[in-house]
Design a protein around this ligand. Structure first.
Ligand code: GDP
Length: 194
């Protein structure tokens, strides 16, 4: 897939406020705060400031819709795991996510995990939640430029003790070097063509 254009459409909490569905699957991105979600969306779309929209105060807890090539949506889901978030806000996050995950939207979720970290309790909850709602998902390891091949190998071995996956089933991305971009875009293109 070649991204010709990508634009912010709207922010939403409730399903009635999501944009009218394009006749295709939508691709949602989720991960703990600081995992590199905005950087990845920007790198993927080739729009340096696209996902910044979702970082503007008041929008961080919302679902942000981007339209790509008039062909599909990319959905920026609110990040989790902020250090000192009031309980009420966490509850709101949970509601917003539950509304999205249980919605009838035809979706595929990319769960971003920082390759340098062992998945946190919240990451594990997220993966279990996707299972629970029967939402198809794929894992993307972010910031892979920060590790050597040898370190990467060791780290994946540790991560696999918590999360079962095959190396051929996950994506590796560096927003800094834009590596992994083509594989991910190809996968998105193939999924759209199915
Ligand atoms: P978000 O909170 O998940 O949206 O994370 P950001 O995209 O804002 O990234 C958090 C920090 O990680 C920023 O300082 C980024 O520059 C850095 N970062 C994001 N992706 C990469 C990457 O692929 N490689 C490196 N080296 N740094 C990254």
């Amino acid at each position: 897939m070649v991204i010709k254009h990508a634009d912010f459409v709207k922010s939403a909490v409730y399903e009635k406020d999501y944009p009218e569905e394009i006749n295709s699957v939508e691709f949602a991105f989720v991960g703990r705060s600081n995992v590199g979600k905005s950087s990845l969306i920007n790198s993927l779309t080739g729009r340096r400031k696209l996902a910044k929209t979702s970082k503007t105060p008041g929008r961080t807890q919302l679902i942000n819709y981007f339209e790509v090539n008039n062909e599909c949506f990319f959905v920026d889901l609110p990040g989790y795991g902020f250090a000192k978030v009031p309980k009420a806000m966490k509850k709101e996050w949970g509601k917003t996510m539950e509304i999205y995950l249980s919605s009838q939207r035809n979706k595929l979720v990319f769960v971003l995990l920082d390759i340098r970290r062992i998945p946190s309790g919240e990451d594990m909850d997220m993966l279990r939640w996707l299972d629970h709602f029967d939402v198809p998902f794929k894992i993307i390891f972010t910031k892979v430029d920060k590790l050597s091949n040898n370190e990467k190998f060791k780290q994946l071995k540790q991560i696999k003790k918590k999360v079962a996956f095959k190396n051929s089933d996950v994506f590796f991305y560096s927003a800094l070097k834009h590596s992994g971009r083509e594989e991910l875009l190809n996968y998105i293109g193939e999924t759209l063509a199915e």
